[in-house]
Design a binder for this molecule. Structure first.
Ligand SMILES: *Cc1c(COP(=O)(O)O)cnc(C)c1O
Ligand code: SF4
Length: 527
């Protein structure tokens, strides 16, 4: 083929192989033209007119798609609908000229659309199930409001009580007697709770209690807040808490050279049934002295390699605003501290705590050095319009809000439940950060543990199917945080690698960087 010198190749777009093949297939005569062709002729001609008259890509795709469909059903080829090969060529070129990225009809129809279709099929099951299997507190809001009305009346709480943190704590549910008035539970279950709460502390805020769905056995909110008999039955040999090995100074835990935690309180608004700090949470709430905080701060001041301080507990938002403000100011004043974190589950268990004063404190400190608020949301049901508002306000005033979920049997141990959790929290201004495997250290909650293979499948299945920044890292805590992701590097082939696509197990060849080029000392501006 010779080209005409005066015409640039841009003026005569070439037809790619996908389109050549497509046009050839459309023109292939059928053995016997079906009588039905007459029925479809009008429809095809109308599609043809639209493809011709409109300066859009989709009418051209629609025409080619319909012709392909008819050809594959052996009803007729393009000529049977009075569309010649030249016409098809002309329309194919028109499509390429309209499309900003010069995508061909063949590429779009034969490649891109089937690939997108295959991708859609990977999320079909999730989309069909997510709102039934894992409803969010936003979707359940009507029922929750009904629960709130009932609980408020039963506990004789005023609106003012309900909407204040102090009111929530004052009216917290810590006895089986009160619980049984708010939730319908069978006698034997109540007995078992009575037995277990002699050894393990129970406390639910009225707000968190309102998230429990009536009549649901093993409701994910109840599982996280009401201790069950298994905690006693499982109580075997407890592996000592890590604190002894990792607490170099008063209130401090340190696993890493540059990040450490201050356990600033032993209190939480609610006590979780899967809490790692089981041993640390006292039978009674008490405040720590400034003296204790100062010893912790002194350790941080003296250790200049530390740059990131995580204020946790218990729950950092249990601290009164005045203490929180003071602690943050002290940290901001330490030159080598560059970033801070606050660990809190209170926006989930008692979102009323997130008041204007607290938000001002957060903003003021975050303006100096970034604050990340690290929370724990384990099920979409914990995200309500109220907690979502709290997270939105926090995210406006700080660097970001991160979520550390715990992988828990019956609560979030399926693809549908975990994908829904990750998407729901992202829609509530929270970024999925970690999924922790439930600890092996405390036999009291071994009934909540989920096998590693299940956890891996859940996390790996997110790649390619939900937004990348909604995918958390899967972590085991064993003297520090150890990632549990399966490697996607399948093997080495010569200088190259073969990688695995997590979403369909397809392999992809991946040429590595040339080691000789990489080893060159002189490059870029010093070459
Ligand atoms: C989780 C944790 C950290 C923070 O770890 P990152 O991986 O930076 O989130 C730091 N210190 C202790 C003791 C921890 O438990
Ligand atoms: S909020 Fe955290 S520290 Fe408090 S009880 Fe729950 S898991 Fe434990």
């Amino acid at each position: 083929m010779t080209s005409i010198e005066t015409v640039s190749s841009e003026d005569i777009p070439s037809i790619d192989n996908y389109t050549e093949e497509l046009i050839a297939e459309l023109q292939l005569p059928v053995a016997k033209v079906s009588g039905a062709v007459n029925d479809e002729k009008g429809e095809v001609r109308a599609l043809y007119e639209r493809a011709n008259n409109q300066n859009l890509t989709s009418p051209i795709i629609d025409l080619f798609a319909r012709l392909l469909d008819l050809r594959r059903q052996d009803k007729g080829c393009s000529d049977d609908f009075d569309i010649s090969g030249d016409e098809l060529h002309r329309l194919a070129i028109k499509h390429q000229q309209i499309d900003e990225h010069m995508v061909s009809v063949g590429g779009r129809l034969a490649r891109a659309l089937p690939i997108a279709g295959e991708a859609n099929s990977r999320v079909e099951e999730y989309l069909a199930q997510k709102d039934q299997v894992a409803p969010s507190g936003i979707e359940k809001w009507e029922q929750i409001q009904e629960n709130i009305g009932r609980i408020k009346a039963e506990l004789k709480m005023s609106d003012e009580d309900w909407n204040s943190f102090q009111g929530q704590i004052r009216n917290a549910i810590d006895s089986v007697a009160t619980l049984s008035k708010l939730i319908d539970l069978p006698e034997d279950v109540l007995e078992s709770i009575a037995r277990v709460t002699k050894s393990y502390r129970m406390r639910l805020t009225p707000y968190y209690t309102s998230l429990i769905m009536p009549g649901v056995i093993n409701d994910p909110i109840m599982l996280q807040s009401v201790p069950t008999g298994e905690m006693i039955e499982n109580a075997g040999i407890e592996i000592p808490p890590v604190a002894a090995d990792h607490s170099p100074a008063r209130l401090i835990d340190q696993f890493y050279p540059r990040v450490l935690t201050i356990k600033a309180t032993n209190m939480c608004a609610m006590y979780c049934t899967h809490c790692l700090r089981l041993a640390h949470i006292g039978r009674r709430d008490h405040m720590y002295s400034k003296e204790a905080y100062n010893e912790a701060l002194d350790y941080i001041r003296k250790n200049e390699q530390v740059r990131d301080v995580l204020v946790t507990g218990g729950d950092a938002f249990v601290l009164p605003n005045s203490i929180l403000r003071w602690l943050l100011e002290e940290l901001d004043a330490i030159e080598h501290i560059k970033v801070k974190r606050l660990g809190t589950r209170i926006p989930v268990t008692a979102p009323m705590r997130v008041d204007a004063e607290l938000l001002d404190i957060l903003e003021e400190s975050s303006d100096k050095k970034p604050i990340r608020v690290v929370t724990q949301i384990n099920t979409a049901q914990e995200v309500t319009p109220v907690s979502r508002d709290a997270f939105r306000e926090i995210s406006k005033r700080t660097f970001t809000v991160l979520n550390q979920a715990v992988l828990l049997k019956g609560i979030n141990d399926s693809r549908v439940k975990m994908w829904k959790l990750c998407e729901t929290i992202q829609e509530a201004y929270v970024r999925p950060y970690y999924i922790f495997n439930c600890s092996y250290r405390n036999p009291q909650f071994s009934h909540f543990r989920v096998p590693l293979a299940v956890g891996r499948d859940i996390v790996e299945s997110m790649y390619g199917n939900i937004s990348g920044d909604a995918i958390p890292r899967y972590i085991a805590t064993a003297g520090g945080k150890i990632p549990l992701h399966r490697s996607n590097v399948v093997r080495r082939e010569g200088d190259d690698y073969v990688l695995r696509k997590p979403w369909n197990d397809e392999e992809a060849e991946y040429p590595d960087a040339d080691p000789e080029v990489y080893a060159e000392d002189l490059f870029a501006f010093n070459k």
